[in-house]
Structures are given as structure tokens and as C-alpha cells.
Write a protein that binds this ligand. Structure first.
Ligand code: MTE
Length: 322
């Protein structure tokens, strides 16, 4: 994510200096610098295409995965890119840093509070949630508002499975997701780059849409910490920032929740944040995107190509409701 003002603390001060310099040395490798010189493409753009091979598959396997009819057959983004190039501001504003900084993040014990306008207010152990329904592998396109995209085999099941069990009251119109607040473990929360904890929200019909995924794994394994362990949501038709990571609370409300990015920069990030090539970000076009690991940009698709959600927004002006 990009914000108009620079982050309160430069990433060089958050990371141990040696780690920071090593990574910079890697990125300043001759290949990238040479390519930048030849093509005239900004150095930063090229560096974004190459994630260092820092993380090998390291997490426990998830058994009994069902294949999902929602999966794309497009080429998956390499595991090392999905797990080393992350937006997770609780750890750092630098995409290469959450992998290292989240290494010792404690994801057990972990509970999720379900409250607000529901019949069954409860505090659930994350492992009880994970066992609620059969795990599916869903290969989704995932488009970041910054203009890059990835294809990830996520593991989880429809968020609606959990919502049905919570039994929302008829007056519940929205669902709010809150990330853990623990500045001792999450160094980014010791800065004021965003207002903490990170909060996201969905309209009830969006949350109940079968594409909305409650996610606890990727590549057939338990979710790596930097990707939002132990539990996150994944909304493939929306810009990536709607997909809140490491959630501890799911609250049902009558009014539209205020999400963190809308609060931070209301002119740039709205509540809906549907992927929409026809509505530019005030500071850049959204018409094209670059798949991580590829050089040429490709056109961005309305709803990121997930046309099955279009009926949720019929009659709405999506330029106003961006
Ligand atoms: N959730 C929390 N709690 N904190 C964050 O900074 N970043 C968002 C989203 N969820 C973010 C978050 C953004 S901007 C994106 S693009 C995706 O997570 C990135 O998910 P990934 O790192 O697994 O690709």
C-alpha cells in the first residue's frame, strides 16, 4: 500500500541494520541494475519483480484438501514470491521485511471473538474454526491496489460457513474484521503509520458470497506468518487490502464499519474497493497490472475477472462507491 505521506519510521530503522544492508545488496545486484540501464524501466519496478529466495516451504501440510470449482487455471506465482513480498504493515512497510520480522510471531494459542449483532456471541479457538468445514484449495487471482498481482493456491473454506454458525440477527448488515493488536510482537504497531489495530469490513451479502474465503493455508500448507497466520480473509474481487490478516475479532454491525485505509486516506481508498480498471487511484491508473515475476503488464479486469459478484453491485455507481 502506498500513502501520500512517508511512513513515520523508515524501514531502515525498524530492521536490524545487517539484515537491511544484505537485502539492499541483493537487490542492487548487477542483473537488476544492468536491466534497468538497458530498458530504462525504473529500478524500483524491476526490483519488485524479483523476490530473494529466502523462505523454503517450512510449514505443516494440510491434509484432505478438496479442489474448488472457483480455481483459476492460470500459472501460480512462485511460493518464494508469495511469502517474501508481503504487505503487512503491523510488521513493516517494506514488503521484503514481514517474512523475517514475523518469524517468531506466536499464532497459538489464538482465539477469535464473534460478537455484535449475532445470536451466538462466542470466543472460538482458531483450531475449532479451522475444523468447521472441509478445507478447499482455491487458486485465486489477487490484485493489490498498488498495481501488482499474484495467483495463489489458498487453503480455507467459504466465510459463510462461519457466519451461518454465528447466526446473525436480521439487523446485522455488515461484518467487521479486526487484526491482533500486540505491539510487542508487531513492530509496525509501535509506529503511527496506520491507526491500530487494522480493521476491515464487508457488507453482509459480500461476506456471504461463496467466493469470500476464510483462509488458513497456502500451497497445501499452514499459512506462513507473513501471509496472515493463523486466520485471514481472502476476497479475490477486491483490492488486496480488504483481505485482513491475523484476525482476532469478527463483529456484526448495523452500520458500515470504518476500515483502516479509508480512515487513513479517504480520497484514495474507499469501503468497497472492488478491482475496477475504470476507476483510477487519484495518483495512478488502475487499467493495468503486473503479475509478480512477469515483465510486461496485463489489462486489469473488472472485479478482477470474478464476474459472479457483479449482481451484488447492480444499480450502484461504482465510481462513487470506489
Ligand atoms: N492485513 C493486515 N492486518 N495488515 C496489512 O498491512 N495488508 C493488506 C492485506 N491485509 C495488510 C493486511 C494488503 S495491502 C495486501 S495487498 C494483502 O494483505 C497482502 O497479502 P499477502 O502479503 O499475503 O500477499
Amino acid at each position: 500500500m502506498l500513502i501520500g505521506k512517508p511512513p513515520a519510521i523508515p524501514s531502515s530503522e525498524i530492521t536490524p541494520k545487517a539484515t537491511y544492508l544484505n537485502r539492499r545488496n541483493f537487490l542492487a545486484g548487477a542483473a537488476i541494475a544492468g536491466a534497468a540501464a538497458v530498458t530504462g524501466v525504473a529500478f524500483h519496478d524491476l526490483a519488485d519483480l524479483v523476490a530473494p529466495a529466502l523462505t523454503a516451504h517450512a510449514n505443516a501440510k494440510i491434509d484432505g484438501l478438496q479442489k474448488s470449482g472457483f480455481s483459476t487455471t492460470e500459472k501460480e506465482t512462485p511460493y518464494k514470491d508469495v511469502t517474501n513480498y508481503n504487505n503487512f504493515y503491523e510488521f513493516s512497510t517494506d514488503k521484503y521485511e514481514p517474512a523475517g520480522l514475523a518469524k517468531n510471531f506466536k499464532t497459538r494459542p489464538w482465539t477469535v471473538t464473534i460478537d455484535g449483532l449475532v445470536k451466538k456471541k462466542q470466543v472460538l479457538d482458531v483450531d475449532a474454526i479451522i475444523k468447521m468445514a472441509a478445507p478447499e484449495e482455491r487458486i485465486y487471482r489477487h490484485r493489490c491496489v498498488e498495481g501488482w498481482s499474484i495467483v495463489v493456491p489458498w487453503v480455507g473454506f467459504s466465510l459463510s460457513e462461519l457466519i451461518k454458525r454465528a447466526d446473525p440477527l436480521p439487523k446485522a448488515k455488515f461484518v467487521e474484521f479486526t487484526t491482533l493488536y500486540d505491539p510487542k510482537q508487531m513492530p509496525g504497531q509501535r509506529t503511527s503509520v496506520l491507526k491500530w489495530p487494522y480493521v476491515e469490513g464487508l457488507r453482509m451479502d459480500e461476506a456471504m458470497h461463496p467466493l469470500a474465503l476464510l483462509c488458513f493455508g497456502l500451497y497445501g500448507e499452514v499459512l506462513p506468518n507473513q501471509d496472515g497466520a493463523p486466520l485471514r480473509i481472502v476476497l479475490p474481487w477486491k483490492y488486496g487490502f480488504k483481505s485482513a490478516k491475523s484476525i482476532v475479532r469478527i463483529r456484526f454491525t448495523g452500520d458500515q464499519p470504518m476500515n483502516t485505509w479509508q480512515q487513513s486516506a479517504p480520497g484514495e481508498y474507499g469501503f468497497y474497493s472492488n478491482v475496477n480498471p475504470n476507476v483510477d487511484h487519484p495518483r495512478w491508473s488502475q487499467a493495468k497490472e503486473r503479475r509478480l515475476g512477469e515483465f510486461l503488464k496485463r489489462p486489469t479486469l473488472m472485479f478482477n475477472g470474478y464476474d459472479q459478484v457483479a449482481s451484488l453491485y447492480s444499480g450502484m455507481d461504482l465510481k462513487k462507491n470506489f
